[in-house]
Design a protein around this ligand. Structure first.
Ligand code: 4AD
Ligand code: MG
Length: 449
């Protein structure tokens, strides 16, 4: 980033994250007051600028009375341009402190209407109600930086490995992931839906371009309140022509390993701010363990017999959150569960040629109880079978004619998966709930702010 000279002094403008390159020199920060401590003739303002926080030191004797009094009466989240000399201090969280020389207040927050989020504990409802302000806190901004890095890593991996970005429409005429979670919208007198997944469209671009992906918001009217579900979430979906389930699992483990490694190297300081145990992330390296649905079901049976889990797993069902949590707790890295019963999975999945009762699909379950981060499959390539499945699922055949065309004209085995960004960030950051992984979460009972 280029450094310019504006504000109260000739000192170069920099960021808190960049203080290390200015040790011993005076710099200018564009910042907000995060906290202020006073101890007699010493003031300790803590500034934040979105890249980090730094403690300032203001001895009364070192600055003019006006500057001292200005800082002494500064209120939390007042915006400032502050100049000071960078001094290294091993005890400081970022390694540096600022000997304040000058300050210009841009907007002083009135004490009659103070910043609502104090350094005390607040309830989650209060924080979500003030999400537009909550994101200023160091922990929340660190999470948002890790989210951005996760997205960039995902895109870089795919861009650098021959995948072409092909965007899918947001307004769609049909369901992809079941009709019960569709969000309808009026479309000039007709009914349309917000997309649940770009998959059907990238199947067509994969047959046009070979290896493709889509990345964008997806929507599901999830009626249950869980810590893993949003109604609006961002999904990255690679799709590959001439690829089967094995190739897809290889992509999944390499993709996830790359993303975790990237966050570890580029967002080390943010992981530190949020207190993440990085040893748990450092072991996330391909290959990942692979487990068939049947073996996972056996594992749950044994755990129930030994009294390790409370709920008996009914063979043939999809795994619930507690089941996923138990399965993933048996491994130190993500586990790839493959070949679920076709009956519990989506209509488009290719049956296993060895036993058509199973689907050629895979769910990647994150460690530490974070559950499914990736869901994917090989797609049905036979026209007749796909048409049958559409009818069996009572989906409107008319809306799927174009999708059936992909099996009429040069059909090939092809596979893809979807990775939910928020689920990955929740796991990488070890968060209790996905609502903190996105700037403005949309859930069953919240669409404000
Ligand atoms: O397993 P899902 O439903 O798979 C699909 O949508 C496929 N069409 C994707 C594909 O094959 N191209 O969703 C994929 C991933 C899940 O593993 C999860 O990470 C995330 O999307 N996800 C959600 N994340 C947050 N809130 C929700 N309500 C989510 N539903 C799915
Ligand atoms: Mg799934």
């Amino acid at each position: 980033m280029s450094e310019q000279t504006v504000g109260v002094s000739a000192a170069p403008v920099t960021t808190i994250a960049n203080l290390g390159t200015h040790e011993g020199a005076s710099v200018t920060l564009h910042a907000w007051l995060y906290n202020l401590r006073a101890s007699g003739k010493l003031l300790f303002p803590i500034f934040r600028d979105g890249t980090g926080t730094v403690q300032g030191i203001v001895p009364k004797a070192a600055v003019s009375l006006e500057i001292f009094e200005t800082i002494r009466h500064l209120t939390q989240e007042s915006s400032v341009i502050v100049t000071g000399k960078v001094r290294s201090d091993v005890r400081a969280p970022g390694g540096f402190e600022l000997d304040v020389e000058n300050i210009e207040v841009i907007q002083r927050v009135s004490e009659d209407d103070p910043f609502p989020i104090t350094l005390k504990e607040h309830g989650v409802d209060f924080l979500m109600e003030h999400r537009h302000l909550w994101i200023r806190t160091p922990r929340q901004s660190a999470i948002l930086r890790i989210r951005a890095e996760t997205i960039k890593a995902a895109r870089d991996y795919l861009d650098d490995n021959g995948f072409i970005l092909t965007d899918s429409p947001i307004l769609t005429p049909a369901a992809c992931e079941g009709t019960s979670t569709l969000f309808p919208v009026k479309y000039f007198g007709e009914e349309a839906y917000l997309t649940q997944s770009g998959q059907l469209y990238i199947e067509s671009t994969a047959l046009a371009l070979g290896k493709v992906y889509s990345f964008g918001p997806t929507f599901r009217a999830e009626k249950s309140k869980t810590r893993r579900h949003l109604t609006e979430f961002w999904m990255v979906e690679p799709e590959i022509a001439f690829c089967g389930l094995d190739g897809l699992m290889e992509l999944a483990e390499n993709f996830v390993s790359f993303i975790v490694e990237r966050v570890l190297t580029r967002r080390a300081s943010e992981l530190k701010v949020i207190g993440r145990d990085i040893a748990k992330l450092e072991v996330v390296k391909a290959p990942f363990p692979r487990l068939s649905y049947d073996d996972a079901a056996k594992m749950l049976d044994e755990a129930f017999t030994k009294g390790l889990i409370e709920q008996k797993f009914e063979y043939g069902n999809d795994f619930g959150s507690p089941d996923e949590t138990y399965i993933s707790s048996q491994f130190d890295r993500p586990v790839m569960v493959h070949r679920y019963p076709a009956a519990v999975k989506a209509f488009y999945m290719e049956p296993d040629p060895i036993d058509a009762k199973y689907a050629l699909c895979v769910d990647v379950l994150a460690p530490e109880g974070y559950g499914e981060v990736i869901g994917g499959s090989q797609r049905i390539s036979s026209y007749d079978l796909l048409k049958q499945r559409i009818e069996d699922n009572k989906l409107p055949l008319e809306a799927f004619q174009w999708y059936l065309d992909l099996r009429r004209y040069g059909s090939v085995p092809h596979s893809g998966f979807g990775m939910g960004i928020e689920r990955v960030v929740a796991w990488v950051c070890a968060l209790d709930h996905v609502r903190e992984t996105i700037p403005f979460a949309r859930t069953l009972n919240r669409i404000y702010p």
